[in-house]
Write a protein that binds this ligand. Sequence first.
Ligand SMILES: *Cc1c(COP(=O)(O)O)cnc(C)c1O
Length: 351
Amino acid sequence: MNQPVTQLASDNYSGICPEALNYLLEANQGDAPAYGNDAWTQRATDCFRELFETDCEVFFVFNGTAANSLSLAALCQSYHSVICHENAHIETDECGGPEFASNGSKLLLARGAQGKLDPADVERLITRRSDIHYPKPKVLSVTQTTELGTIYTPDELRALRKLADQYGLKMQMDGSRFANALAELDLTPAQLSWQAGIEVLCLGGTKNGMAVGEAILFFDRELATDFAWRCKQAGQLASKMRFIAAPWLGLLETGAWLRNARHANAMAARLEQRLREIPEVNIMFPRQANSVFLELPPPVIQALHTQGWLFYTFIGVGGARLMCSWNTSPETVDQFADALQKALDSTSGVR
Ligand SMILES: *Cc1c(COP(=O)(O)O)cnc(C)c1O
């Protein structure tokens, strides 16, 4: 049995949303062909093509680390490099997966405020060297929503695209929270992806309400040549693929992917508003999607953890990350704000 937890730790602490679960149960009626040769996988694939308004190649894998690692490996030779933000998940949280999958393509780390790549720093990395001893820059990887909860605008993406064009780079997007960005902007999925210059999108299902599963969309179909073999070799070809594809279809067809994201964002906005009423609280980055980052004194973090509140404090930049999900309730948000106020009051002598 699950113990009840009070958490703003991550959107992957949450359970399966009803829409994903209903489709999962429906896909469990009888038997179906294996390895993606089933009707659910076909329908989910077509649904992505309709939603993104383009005839993309679609693959389903188990998790985001695999989606990023394998898609980057598909874009690189081992002597190439991938430019990403120094706080990027592919750098800090994938245990070297992209380098492993690509047989050694190196990540080059760029800086940039609020978790977003600064084009000038990206250009510095690209042009710093052109000799044979330097791993040749080949891919620009962007995270949307970023690891610091901020959102790239289409203009910002296009500025990076311009650089990519200038120097012959591909663009890959780690979209484990793409839906949260999309829900916040008044844009179509196409406008925020391929029309903004993205060639490959890793789209997150797990944090959006599924049990397991991410989708990889190749907007440039040629880049997907032999990609199915890469997935299989990496142990990422689900034989009962319908159980990943059907929940995806549930999210997409019912609109739950955007409803879930909108709800998570709204809860983070509520949290931000509550926290702004507490003068001692310093919010570190603009709240743009479903997370809020705070600077908190260590005794306050300790007090909250002791009360059972789960949240992360290790995200690269210090501070506490509070993450809302499709099922975060307004009560949880309010209880956290109250608990924080109390912890601040009761530790004020200690600090
Ligand atoms: C959660 C997350 C992923 C995927 O992580 P997995 O645990 O491998 O599914 C990828 N990128 C970002 C930015 C994430 O937050």
